[in-house]
Ligand binder design. Structure first.
Ligand code: NAD
Length: 261
């Protein structure tokens, strides 16, 4: 299938590694020009070099923290126009809500709710004026099935999900071919997964491999997802064919969520 987005410009946030990188790779493979961001310049430049080798499109790397106003301004300034926005940032740390003071909550809400909302605000009206726009927010399967130790993520991402459900249905966006959807990862084999599972291993005295095996066994597909397959679904959601898909939460979890809907 030809996705029909060749030559568009995408801003893919937090994309030097993991799921964001998977999305950038899939878009670049379709001939999309991308601006990618991450905090660490070295890993970001290495990813940009990989992406440039994939296709003839333009790849611009902007180092910075996307959860800050400066980081967002720099990322937006590097993109001649944003036709596709993939919102992503690191997830909040796990823990017990009894230990979280206001600052911890504000940090999580800033990163995983207000940052995507600010970027959506900066881009969707331009998309509507041009008659094409795709926003994909990388959230989490924890929005559908909250995970106790990830309370900061459950809370902040649910706030974004509720907001997006309303915004995506605004007539002046939906009727202008601007779609806004969330892509919910289950368990994907990335640095984030390994860091989280290492924390569980250290606390419980098990080996990392034993913890990963147990986690894998909770997934009907009997494996972790890959960043490449996550990116492929994201690219389809950004495609010319997905103009009637808006305001949805697309769960990609190898069958782990046990419900029918
Ligand atoms: P990862 O740690 O593998 O990669 C995160 C990327 O984000 C890196 O490129 C990092 O440099 C960048 N980044 C982090 N904070 C940033 C910031 N403030 N500004 C700019 N760049 C930043 O993580 P991942 O597994 O790809 O996860 C991506 C998102 O998906 C996270 O929010 C995570 O919580 C969520 N998620 C992941 C899984 C999973 O199984 N991997 C499951 C559910 C949710």
């Amino acid at each position: 299938m030809i996705l029909g987005i060749e030559g568009k410009w995408a801003l893919v946030c937090a994309a030097s590694k993991g799921l964001g990188k998977g999305c950038a790779q899939a878009l670049v493979a379709e001939g999309v020009n991308v601006v990618i961001t991450a905090r660490g310049a070295d890993a970001l430049e290495a990813t940009a070099a990989e992406l440039r080798a994939l296709n003839g499109g333009r790849v611009v790397a902007v180092a910075g923290d996307i959860t800050t106003p400066e980081g967002r301004t720099a990322a937006l300034a590097a993109c001649p126009q944003v036709d596709i926005l993939v919102n992503n940032a690191g997830g909040p740390p796990p823990g017990d809500f009894r230990d979280w003071e206001r600052d911890a909550w504000i940090k999580a809400i800033d990163a995983n709710m207000l940052t995507p909302i600010e970027l959506i605000k900066a881009t969707v009206d331009g998309m509507a004026a041009r008659g094409f726009g795709r926003v994909v927010n990388i959230t989490s399967g924890a929005v559908k099935a909250p995970i106790d130790m990830l309370g900061l993520s459950n809370g902040a991402r649910s706030g974004l999900t509720g907001f997006v459900a309303g915004l995506a249905r605004q007539g002046r966006l939906a009727s202008a071919n601007v779609t806004i959807n969330n892509l919910l990862p289950g368990v994907f084999d990335t640095d984030r997964l390994r860091t989280t599972m290492q924390g569980v291993a250290s606390k419980s005295g098990q080996s990392l491999d034993a913890v990963l095996d147990k986690r894998r066994a909770t997934v009907p597909a009997a494996r972790f997802g890959t960043a490449a397959e996550f990116g492929a679904v994201c690219a389809f959601m950004c495609s010319a064919h997905a103009g009637y898909l808006t305001g949805q939460n697309i769960l990609l979890d190898g069958g782990a969520f046990p419900g029918a809907f």
